[in-house]
Ligand binder design. Structure first.
Ligand SMILES: [Ca+2]
Length: 80
């Protein structure tokens, strides 16, 4: 994937997780998204899993994940 494709992918993913379209993702939305994915695999998500994911994405630790934080995470995970 090129960087432009990665950004496009990350933006689409963020929009899906940001179910109330507030422009930020909070722990409720992270939990809902993770549960949706887990259900598809017939797995369960613990509060610890949710908290860990939140900690990874919320790089400045203010309790919400901005689009910028999310894009940076995806870029550092899949980019160069
Ligand atoms: Ca944050």
């Amino acid at each position: 994937m090129s960087e432009a494709e990665i950004i496009q992918f990350a933006n689409a993913l963020f929009d899906e997780v940001d179910s109330d379209k507030s422009g930020t993702v909070d722990i409720t939305e992270v939990r809902a998204a993770m549960q949706k994915v887990a259900q598809a695999f017939n797995a369960t998500v613990s509060e610890e899993d949710v908290a860990n994911s939140m900690k990874t994405m919320d790089t400045n630790g203010d309790g919400i994940v901005t689009r910028e934080e999310f894009l940076n995470l995806v870029k550092s995970s899949f980019g160069k």
